[in-house]
Design a protein around this ligand. Structure first.
Ligand SMILES: Nc1nc2c(c(=O)[nH]1)N[C@H]1C(S)=C(S)[C@@H](COP(=O)(O)OP(=O)(O)OC[C@H]3O[C@@H](n4cnc5c(N)ncnc54)[C@H](O)[C@@H]3O)O[C@H]1N2
Ligand code: MOO
Length: 350
């Protein structure tokens, strides 16, 4: 806050080109609140006690004092300024695109939410540029996160109650430039395609029935959760030739994705990576710098995405498969560099 123009009974402050006059709570009966007022009761409640536009009544006075309000603002907004609610609304509108919804402003914040189950697409460079503008805040989830209907993607807020409209215009220009260049908004959601996968479970111990298959149910559950399915599961012993033949069989069936499980590490019986290569796969990466899931292989066999899944995918709830599968389902091509950068932050409980 800047200069104060008078003291008692009310103090007037200039913010940007607007005037904020303070009125003692006792003198505010009949007055219209200029912004939402928040109450925080640690462990119990955090939210609005009074909404912007509320007309102060005598019964409100003790409640206002309980949340520490001795004075309230009367606002004279200049044409070149924006109230926090309008600033947040305009920024959220400018930034958000496909499959998103906007909330109403609450306590100066507008939330951008997903309308569907899909992959959050967040342009990090835009987020950073906007947060360099100053006096405004844009917080988002990380790019490529799986979101469900109603999940938050981003929230916008002005830091002071009043911001120069030029700050918001700057945000709108950054968002518009991104849209022009990329044909999509900086914040959007990509829907998942519904793919049919061929699943080949390797391991002589499973093939011969020594142990029950635990990989099938785990992979099926992961695909179904995102709207895809295992169309057919086959079993193979640890024999390279058989694995190659089964992969080719899946290709002939026209499945959208091929998943081979087990036999991905360093034992002599681990035949899967060699078989996937021999089948003719363009291997993007064998080895993924993430734990669990470091022995995962990803490639394309005549354009069909193919995974080699290590044993941990059957055991650990979150592995490199959970990072890459949603991207494949969203139709995003996986490049070597996408896998290289998974190492930073890629150590999960393992
Ligand atoms: N010396 C090293 N040891 C391990 C390494 C390594 O680099 N050096 N990598 C580790 C990592 S990381 C993983 S993950 C595991 C798993 O690798 P594999 O994919 O080769 O798994 P398998 O050897 O085929 O089996 C391991 C384990 O899981 C059981 N299994 C496999 N498939 C099924 C199935 N369909 N249903 C039920 N159980 C299954 C199998 O019987 C074994 O008990 O390797 C680490 N070790
Ligand atoms: O493929 Mo394994 O993690 O990395 O457990």
């Amino acid at each position: 806050m800047n200069d104060s123009e008078s003291s008692s009974p009310s103090r007037t402050t200039r913010i940007s080109s607007s005037l904020l006059s303070e009125v003692k709570v006792e003198d505010a009966v009949g007055m219209v609140l200029a912004h939402d007022l928040t109450q925080i009761l640690p462990g119990q409640f955090k939210g609005m006690l009074f909404r912007k536009g509320h007309v102060v009544s005598p019964e409100d006075i003790p409640k206002l004092k309980d949340i520490g309000k001795e004075n309230l603002y009367v606002l004279e907004l200049a044409a070149s300024d924006l109230h926090e609610d309008d600033a947040a609304r305009r920024m959220a509108f400018a930034l958000s695109g496909d499959h998103t919804d906007l909330s109403e402003p609450r306590e100066g914040k507008v939330s951008v939410k997903s309308r569907i189950t899909g992959l959050a697409c967040i342009a990090r460079e835009v987020v950073d540029r906007i947060n360099r503008v100053g006096e405004i805040a844009l917080a988002t989830v990380v790019n490529d996160r799986v979101v469900r209907p109603g999940d938050g993607l981003a929230a916008t807020r002005a830091i002071p109650l009043i911001v120069p409209a030029s700050k918001v215009s700057e945000v709108e220009e950054i968002a518009e430039a991104y849209r022009r260049e990329h044909g999509t908004a900086p914040i959007s959601v990509r829907p998942f395609r519904s793919l049919k996968a061929g699943l080949l479970t390797t391991g002589t111990e499973v093939f011969t029935g020594r142990i029950a298959d635990k990989f099938g149910p785990a992979v099926k559950a992961k695909l179904e959760e995102l709207g895809s399915e295992v169309a057919e599961q086959r079993f193979a012993p640890d024999d390279r030739h058989t694995i190659v033949n089964d992969i080719h069989y899946f290709l002939q069936q026209g499945y959208d994705m091929i998943i081979v499980t087990g036999g991905m590490s360093v034992d002599p019986d681990d035949r899967t990576p060699g078989a996937i290569a021999e089948a003719g796969t363009d291997i993007v990466s064998y080895g993924t710098p993430m734990l669990p899931g470091s022995m995962l292989l990803f490639g394309y066999l005549r354009g069909v995405p193919i995974f080699g899944l290590p044993g941990c995918v059957m055991h650990d709830p979150y592995t490199s498969f959970d990072v890459l599968l949603p991207r494949v389902l969203a139709g995003i091509p996986i490049l070597k560099e996408d896998i290289v950068v998974m190492g930073y932050g890629g150590l999960n409980r393992c």
